[in-house]
Ligand binder design. Structure first.
Ligand code: SAH
Ligand code: SF4
Length: 391
C-alpha cells in the first residue's frame, strides 16, 4: 500500500469536530464564514457582525435563534460550525454564594471556574488558562499536577459563557451586572498561553458582546518576564504579579520560575509594563505563609522592592491542601503585615477566604482524575450510609 493512500485513508477516518464560533475573534469569524461558503467576501463583515451579536450579546447556542439570518444561511452555519456549550460535570454553590463549575470541554480536559460575589465591582469570575501547570510553586496545589495542555480561546470564553448562563446574564446587561470582573487566577500560567488568552480577552471585551472593560480583566502571572510587554500591548489587561517573597533565595523556593527570571528582572519588567499609572495599578499577590514570609522585616522589604510603582498588595491567607507542609500565618501576623503596608500608603486588602466549603479558593483548583475519584468516593460513602446523592 502506498504512503499516499495510507494518509488519505487516515484523514478520511478521523472526523474533525466542527469549529465552535465562540472562540473566534471578529477577524477569524469573518474569514471562517467566507471559507465555509456561508456568504460572499463582500458580505462577510456585515454577516459576521450579526452572528457575533447573537453569540456574544444574546448568548444563543442555536443558529435557528438568529432571526435576522436567512434560513438557508442558518442551515449552512449549522452544517459547518457549532455553538454548543461544554458539558458541566459538577456545579457547586457555597454557603457564601461562591459558585464553582467543573466543565468538560473534551475527553480528559476538565476545567474549574469559580464565581465569587462581592469582589471587584459586583462579582469576579476566576478563569483557568491551562489544565494543570508546568511551574511548580511549592505552596500551590495546581503546581503538583502536570500540565495537560493549554486551553483554547473557545475554552476560555466558554468559562465566561457557562457562568453567565447560570447567573442569567444574557443579553449582556448594561448595568447591574453580577459578573463584573474577570481574573485569570484559576489553573495555569496565562503567560505561557498568551495567544489564546489574548484572543479570549479580545472576545470578552468586545463592545457588541460580553463587553467587559479591559480594566476589569486582570491577568495574574508568576513572573514570565519576557511576555509582560506583549501582555500589556496586546490585551491592555490589568496586571497581577504573584510575588510571595522579597528576596531571591526564598522566591527561588516558593516560585521556582524565579531561578529563570529573578526579582531584579521581574521588577524591571513590571516597571516597564505598558499603561501602568495611578489609575491602573499593578496588584502584587502575596500568600501569607506562617514563619516563611510573614515577618515585619519582610513587609518592609516588600515596600522597598515596590517603591515607586503604582501598586496595591493583595495579602492571600494560604489555603492548605492535603499533603502540604506550609501553614497559613496567624490572623494577627497578617494584620500586622498589612498595617505596615497601609502606613506607607499602599492599599493592602487581606483576601477573605471564600468558597472554602466547596474547595473553590486559590490554590485549591486541581481537577479532573482526582476530583472524579473524590466524587465516586462520596457517592460510595453516601450509598453505604443509605442516602442517595444526586449526580
Ligand atoms: N499561575 C498564575 C495564576 C494562577 S494562581 C500565578 O501564579 O499568578 C492565582 C494565585 O493564587 C496566585 O497568586 C497564586 O500564587 C495563588 N495561590 C496558589 N496556591 C495558593 C494557596 N494554596 N493558597 C493561597 N494562594 C495560592
Ligand atoms: Fe502554576 Fe500559578 Fe500554581 Fe505557580 S501558583 S504552580 S504558576 S498555577
Amino acid at each position: 500500500m502506498s504512503l499516499t493512500l495510507d494518509l488519505s485513508r487516515t484523514s478520511a477516518a478521523v472526523p474533525t469536530a466542527p469549529v465552535n464560533l465562540s472562540g473566534l475573534t471578529r477577524a477569524e469569524l469573518r474569514q471562517a464564514l467566507i471559507d465555509a461558503g456561508v456568504c460572499p467576501p463582500e458580505k462577510a463583515k456585515m454577516r459576521a457582525s450579526q452572528v457575533w451579536s447573537w453569540i456574544h450579546h444574546y448568548g444563543v447556542v442555536d443558529f435557528a435563534a438568529m432571526t435576522n439570518v436567512a434560513r438557508d444561511m442558518q442551515a449552512k452555519l449549522a452544517e459547518a460550525f457549532t455553538l454548543a456549550r461544554p458539558e458541566i460535570v459538577e456545579r457547586q454553590v457555597s454557603k457564601d454564594g461562591t459558585r464553582k463549575w467543573l466543565i468538560r470541554t473534551a475527553p480528559g480536559i476538565e476545567i474549574e471556574t469559580v464565581y465569587i460575589p462581592d469582589v471587584g465591582r459586583a462579582g469576579a469570575l476566576c478563569v483557568s488558562s491551562q489544565v494543570g501547570c508546568t511551574l511548580n510553586c511549592t505552596f500551590c496545589h495546581t503546581g503538583t499536577q502536570k500540565l495537560v495542555r493549554n486551553l483554547t480561546a473557545a475554552e476560555i470564553v466558554a468559562q465566561v459563557q457557562v457562568a453567565r448562563d447560570d447567573l442569567g446574564e444574557w443579553p449582556s446587561p448594561k448595568e447591574d451586572r453580577r459578573l463584573s470582573n474577570i481574573v485569570f487566577m484559576g489553573m495555569g500560567e496565562p503567560l505561557y498561553n498568551l495567544d489564546h488568552v489574548s484572543n479570549a480577552i479580545d472576545i470578552i471585551s468586545d463592545n457588541e458582546g460580553i463587553a467587559l472593560s479591559r480594566r476589569r480583566i486582570t491577568v495574574s502571572t508568576s513572573g514570565v518576564v519576557p511576555q509582560l510587554n506583549a501582555l500589556g500591548t496586546r490585551t491592555q489587561a490589568m496586571l497581577a504579579i504573584s510575588l510571595h517573597a522579597t528576596n531571591d533565595a526564598l522566591r527561588d523556593v516558593l516560585v521556582p520560575l524565579n531561578k529563570k527570571y529573578n526579582l531584579e528582572q521581574l521588577m524591571a519588567g513590571i516597571r516597564a509594563y505598558p499603561g501602568i499609572s495611578n489609575a491602573r495599578r499593578v496588584t502584587f499577590e502575596y500568600v501569607m505563609l506562617k514563619g516563611v514570609n510573614d515577618s515585619p522585616e519582610e513587609a518592609r522589604a516588600l515596600l522597598k522592592l515596590i517603591e515607586g510603582i503604582p501598586a496595591k498588595v493583595n495579602l492571600i491567607p494560604f489555603n492548605p491542601w492535603p499533603g502540604t507542609d506550609y501553614e497559613c500565618s496567624d490572623w494577627k501576623t497578617i494584620e500586622r503585615f498589612a498595617a505596615i503596608l497601609n502606613k506607607a500608603g499602599y492599599a493592602s486588602p487581606i483576601r477573605t477566604p471564600r468558597g472554602r466549603d466547596i474547595l473553590a479558593a486559590c490554590g485549591q483548583l486541581k481537577s479532573e482524575s482526582e476530583k472524579v475519584r473524590a466524587s465516586v468516593r462520596r457517592a460510595e460513602q453516601a450509598a453505604a450510609a443509605g442516602t442517595v446523592e444526586a449526580a
